[in-house]
Write a protein of this length. Structure first.
Length: 361
């Protein structure tokens, strides 16, 4: 019998990639998201539209799914004011409840054996203070409240109580091919480039101080989820996940410009939130001019403009110090890597091919 994975947040940044990866690897897939994920694969999968914040609706949807052997939990609840929401207790509790609303009925159904959840460098406190370089998974828990910790403690308790196996992945900045999702700066950068071109202005870097960072392609995170689902050495473990290289935004900017059909200009610091949201009408003209998918700027960018301001260190005295060790993951047997420049270029091209962004020419 094939294993069956239930993927939450299936229309999101990692979730879409996970659906494609698990299908490609021969799994039966149940995709859970409020809208059906837009995946490249033509292989069949089951889709359930469920609001995970609703305990009763979740129990009704997942009760009796005894065939589900694995859970890849990639859903998250974020507020419109993205960065501020990370520190708010009610948001943390909502995210814990959402995970519980999935796990409890699946455990009651009797088939669930393994759960994977996603964290990130916020587990090390990157949004609050400089973190150790490199951050390692065996470091003492950082002393702050975090939704990740609530979810981790819940999963560990269920593992002890019900014999459940689990894996926790901590990806660095995730690069994906989605539009309209919370954390994908690709869509925000692409929309910014198209608007600058339409205004006859250069593709200027809008951020703050230079700094070196890491990222990870959503496809690598998805592959790590699939690997962890059945790898004995992943049971009960936490792993950092990155592409395996480092980057600086200004060094990648010319490569972005080539794919997006714009010319690089001198730095022009600007809040992406303010800049993009003042140009919604211009975006509508771009959609009409280039025959793009009939989506508003908000539908394309989502709240990724907030994340872009954080990622670019706009208005900050310095960029985030965020380097993580991936030695533990490599030693455990997962060795996939990718050039970060190629991750971004592939993601931009995917949005161009789907007529979310205009062609370069």
């Amino acid at each position: 019998m094939k294993n069956t994975v239930l993927i939450t947040g299936a229309s999101g940044l990692v979730g879409t990639a996970a659906v494609e990866t698990f299908l490609r690897k021969g799994w039966e897939v149940v995709a859970v998201s409020r809208r059906r994920p837009d995946v490249a694969s033509d292989m069949p999968f089951r889709h359930l539209a469920v609001d995970l914040r609703d305990e009763a609706a979740s129990r009704q949807a997942f009760a009796g799914l005894s065939e589900v052997s694995h859970l890849a939990y990639t859903a998250s609840h974020e507020k419109a004011d993205l960065v501020a929401g990370w520190n708010e207790r009610d948001q943390m509790e909502i995210n814990e409840a959402m995970l519980r609303n999935v796990v409890e009925p699946l455990l009651d159904s009797g088939g669930l054996r393994h759960v994977s959840i996603l964290q990130g460098t916020k587990a090390y406190g990157v949004h609050l203070h400089p973190i150790p370089i490199p951050a390692r998974e065996d470091a003492p828990r950082d002393d702050h409240e975090n939704a990740f910790f609530l979810q981790e403690d819940y999963v560990k308790a269920k593992a002890a109580e019900r014999g459940l196996s689990y894996t926790i992945l901590r990806p660095q900045l995730i690069i994906g091919r989605n539009h309209g999702v919370t954390l994908n700066v690709v869509a925000a950068i692409g929309a910014y480039a198209a608007i600058r071109r339409e205004e006859g202005l250069p593709f200027s870097f809008p951020g703050g101080p230079s700094f070196v960072w890491e990222a990870v392609d959503a496809r690598i995170v998805a592959d790590a989820l699939e690997w962890a689902a059945t790898a004995p050495q992943a049971d009960g473990q936490i792993f950092n996940v990155t592409n395996g290289d480092v980057f600086e935004w200004r060094n990648l900017w010319p490569s972005f410009a080539e794919v997006l059909g714009v010319q690089v200009g001198p730095d022009e610091p600007a809040s992406m939130v303010t800049y993009l949201r003042q140009r919604t009408a211009l975006w509508d003209k771009i959609v009409a001019r280039y025959g793009l998918a009939p989506l508003s700027l908000e539908e394309v960018v989502g709240t990724a403009d907030h994340h872009a301001d954080f990622c670019f260190a706009y208005g900050a005295p310095e960029g985030p110090r965020a380097f993580v060790s991936t030695v533990k993951l490599r030693q455990a047997g997962f060795t996939e890597t990718m050039h970060t420049q190629n991750s971004f270029r592939d993601a931009f091209q995917a949005l161009i091919d789907r007529r979310i962004l205009p062609q370069a020419s």
